[in-house]
Design a protein around this ligand. Structure first.
Ligand SMILES: *Cc1c(COP(=O)(O)O)cnc(C)c1O
Length: 232
């Protein structure tokens, strides 16, 4: 099995090739290495390999790893579903929260966050019953709510595409997220400060990141292709 450094390098190459194919700059896409299910020493190895952006999905697992890696220059991304009663645990230490999908969660975060927090609105573009995320038609109101909040800053959108054997099958999902972001920005003409920074598109994982980057992803979240299968 190739070592971690090589696997990280391979993902950067995939991203760069897809970016260049679509006339984008490779450095406009951030690779988040998703460490969920892997021990802290794997996360530390990624940091050692010069990779600061790490992603986690479960609050307790993240807090534990964050404590173990205290003092390391990690940029933590929380990409999992978040219950409102866990909002307090996210009050400090996060670079980006990818999974804001409802009004009550925004309110809970507002009560607990004690500094500025960058967030993404998670959208269930494909309207899958099994997935979290707001329906696309609720995204404008959520972005407005975030724009009016004193601590939370809406920075863009996130989606999880359906499982598909052929990544081409999910291209319309990624395109839909990009078009939604563009519409949201257009609709924020009265809030140019918000429109200007509503730029991120967190989409694409191990199996479909090329298609996501071709459709405009600015952040891809990759676990398995970097760390191998998650131990059970
Ligand atoms: C686990 C997870 C990933 C990484 O998935 P892989 O298929 O292992 O690359 C990305 N995004 C989210 C939201 C996840 O929960």
């Amino acid at each position: 099995m190739p070592d971690l450094q090589q696997r990280l390098e391979a993902q950067r190459t995939r991203i760069a090739q897809a970016a260049l194919r679509s006339g984008r700059a490779p450095e406009d896409v951030t690779l988040v290495a998703v460490t969920k299910g892997h021990p802290a020493d794997r996360a530390r190895a990624a940091l050692d390999a010069g990779h600061p952006d790490l992603g986690e999905s479960y609050v307790q697992e993240w807090r534990r790893k964050a404590a173990e890696l205290a003092g390391w220059p990690v940029r933590w991304h929380f990409v999992g579903h978040l219950q409102s009663n866990k909002a307090r645990a996210l009050a400090t230490g996060l670079t980006l929260l990818h999974s804001v999908d409802r009004t009550s969660l925004v309110e809970a975060l507002e009560r607990h966050v004690d500094g500025l927090l960058d967030v993404l609105v998670q959208v269930n573009v494909a309207a899958e019953d099994s997935k979290f995320g707001c329906p696309p038609d609720q995204a404008p109101a959520l972005v407005r709510q975030l724009a009016d909040s004193s601590m939370l800053r809406p920075r863009g959108l996130m989606t999880i595409a359906p499982q598909a054997d052929d990544p081409e099958a999910v291209r319309p999902v990624f395109r839909g997220l990009r078009e939604l972001r563009d519409r949201l920005r257009d609709d924020l003409a009265d809030r140019p400060d918000v429109a200007e920074t509503l730029t991120e598109l967190s989409m694409g994982m191990s199996d479909d990141l090329e298609v996501a980057v071709e459709e405009g992803a600015t952040i891809v979240r990759v676990g398995t292709a970097v760390f191998g299968p998650r131990p059970r």
